[in-house]
Write a new protein. Structure first.
Length: 98
């Protein structure tokens, strides 16, 4: 799936799951902006992703993970998280209390 459409599909999936209309995002953006995101015509900034995720009551990484899984339907959630975990540890070290 192409990049813009993948984010739009993820956004719409969580919006519908939350039982929200596009108009329900009026504190975040206009209905028109949400519609353009869902149709893959625009890409949101990180700040906007945070605001949208807050309105959906999900973590921003949930939206982004769904987006990246939509780009590659052969990658599993476990594989994606394993990759991200190893990259985070490589940069930040193991920060768990093991």
């Amino acid at each position: 799936m192409e990049r813009g459409k993948a984010f739009g599909v993820a956004l719409k999936r969580y919006r519908i799951r939350a039982g929200l209309s596009q108009e329900a995002f009026s504190t975040v953006s206009s209905r028109t902006y949400i519609s353009t995101l869902e149709r893959g015509l625009k890409n949101p900034t990180l700040d906007k992703i945070n605001e949208i995720a807050s309105a959906l009551s999900v973590h921003p990484l949930t939206l982004l993970t769904t987006y990246y899984l939509g780009l590659d339907d052969t990658q599993s959630i476990d594989d994606l998280f394993a990759l991200v975990r190893s990259e985070l540890i490589a940069v930040n070290g193991n920060t768990s209390d093991d």
